[in-house]
Design a protein around this ligand. Structure first.
Ligand SMILES: Nc1ncnc2c1ncn2[C@@H]1O[C@H](COP(=O)(O)OP(=O)(O)O)[C@@H](O)[C@H]1O
Ligand SMILES: [Mg+2]
Length: 360
């Protein structure tokens, strides 16, 4: 199997009428172009519009305005069964009274495929998710992870142009969730359809997707590769969501050329960083990920001191929270640390991202 269709969303918007009047914009002018075989993650906190976006593509929710095309054909006016999409839901949504084989073959039966043929095709899909020895069981006899694999087999068996997955791993325990990431990615490599994968988990999105769309309050803040999102979040909202936990505010001065700025984050403490906002004003926020801090040795610049407020020990390293004159610091550091001890930390200038304060 190989996907040859592309998916284009143009200004896709969905409003909901609110009780007592007014409208709520669950999704606002989403623009997205997905290439054949691409794996795209829609990433964002709960309520940001991820399920709405997925349901708009599936046809389970009508769009208020905009358009959706697959391979140049407009699909947003079509009923779900005419769109050739396969959907995997968070809660599996299997038919409890049917065997695994009948669950997977269901979509083929709806398309009028004769019994022998649909069973053979369903068995192929069941084999692909490695459940052949369970084909004649019922869903209740399977574990959560196995049930979710049945749901995936059911979605891909109809050879959809697009596979849509809505937080498919969120009901599984932590260990299985991590195993299933590579399992789903492996299946994606095999069937090579467009996959749109909804999650609120950055690690899931970073490890699985070719492209990530960060949604917040119904608006796409950034679309990029995992590397782009991780190392250069476009705005402070995306930065926060990508784990830039230390946020230090201060007066901003130009320094070190076009791309560098100096931010005076506390008395006698100035950090050099990267200018992310082209229009930085007089005040800026310096955003830093916990793993960018080091215990300072002989570095002369970009030093910041603090007192350990708390430290969570994880074996090889600790997540240390420090009070500094500039604000709270969150640093991942090797070793263990006594509460109340003072540390001097260094952070490389190209890992201090500076945003306009008004954007916070
Ligand atoms: N049927 C509905 N009626 C009214 N508001 C809705 C409906 N479905 C979703 N919403 C609202 O739209 C926003 C986005 O919801 P949703 O897409 O489910 O978010 P997510 O999947 O990212 O958690 C939320 O504020 C939610 O309350
Ligand atoms: Mg949702």
């Amino acid at each position: 199997m190989s996907g040859t269709e592309d998916l284009v969303l143009e200004d896709v918007t969905r409003h909901y009428d609110m009780q007592g009047g007014g409208v709520h914009c669950a999704l606002s002018r989403l623009n997205l172009r997905v290439s054949p075989g691409e794996f795209v993650a829609l990433l964002g906190p709960s309520g940001c519009g991820k399920t709405t976006a997925l349901n708009c593509i599936a046809g389970l929710t009508e769009i208020s305005s905009g358009s959706i095309h697959v391979a140049g054909r407009r699909i947003d006016q079509l009923t779900p069964d005419k769109r050739n999409v396969g959907v995997v839901f968070q809660n599996y949504a299997l038919f409890p009274h049917m065997t695994i084989l009948d669950n997977v073959a269901f979509g083929l039966r709806m398309r009028g495929m004769p019994r022998a043929q649909r069973h053979a095709k369903a068995m192929d899909a069941i084999r692909m998710v490695q459940l052949e020895q369970h084909a004649h069981k019922h869903p209740a006899q399977l574990s959560g992870g196995q049930q979710q694999r049945v749901a995936i087999a059911r979605a891909i068996v109809v050879e959809p142009d697009i596979v849509l997955m809505d937080e498919p791993l969120s009901n599984l325990d932590a260990k299985l969730r991590i195993e299933m990431r590579s399992e789903i990615r492996r299946l994606h490599e095999r069937v090579r359809r467009i996959t749109i994968y909804v999650t609120h988990d950055q690690d899931e999105a970073l490890s699985m997707a070719d492209k990530i769309v960060v949604l917040q309050d119904g608006v796409a803040h950034q679309v990029g590769t995992p590397q782009e999102l991780f190392s250069l979040p476009r705005d402070l909202d995306v930065a926060r969501f990508m784990g830039y936990r230390t946020l230090l505010r201060g007066a901003c001065r130009a320094g070190g050329g076009e791309t560098r700025v100096q931010v005076e984050v506390g008395p006698g403490c100035t950090l050099q960083g990267l200018r992310i906002d082209p229009h930085l004003g007089e005040r800026a926020v310096a955003a830093i990920r916990p793993d960018e801090f080091r215990i300072a040795d002989d570095q002369a610049a970009n030093l910041i001191g603090g007192e350990v407020r708390s430290a969570e020990y994880y074996g090889r390293e600790s997540l240390v929270v420090l009070d500094s004159a500039a604000g709270t610091l969150y640093a991942k550091l090797p070793g263990s640390f006594a509460i109340g001890s003072r540390l001097r930390l260094h952070v490389p200038a190209d890992r201090v991202l500076c945003y306009a304060e008004s954007a916070s």
